[in-house]
Ligand binder design. Sequence first.
Ligand code: AMP
Length: 144
Amino acid sequence: MLVSQILKSKGSEGVVTVQPGLTVAQAAEVLSQKKIGALVISKDGKTLHGIVSERDVVREIGRRGPDCLKDSIDSIMTAKVVTCARDDQTDAVLQKMTDGRFRHIPVVDGALLVGLISIGDVVKARLSELAMEKEALEGMIKGF
Ligand code: AMP
């Protein structure tokens, strides 16, 4: 299965991005309001500046306490973002996520952001693929 198929099944909702310089508290508010686990940080909504996930926020609160909520997200984000392309195979993307120990990956076209998929999206797509394969195999065994 291709990344583009997952993006299509997710519909037309864009990626939630936030501006560099937002505070950690503001980022936590957006994560909570949008019910998502990661935010792409971008000045123009297209060019990647970094990624911040709920794990970064929790790590900093655990390390420094609530003082970190006033800091800029730039100080806790991951600047070296691993990305994938629309025509990448989802198995390869899952491998990248497993190797890098992260659950979110922006999809880019060249250097521009076109989507974001989570490990949950990949698992959901893989499960429906397995269900279709099972049905096809059962049909073959039963002689249909
Ligand atoms: P996550 O599992 O996605 O909550 O993220 C775990 C850690 O990996 C956090 O420090 C994130 O900032 C970082 N991270 C998340 N997604 C990516 C990505 N695509 N590339 C690089 N780092 C990431």
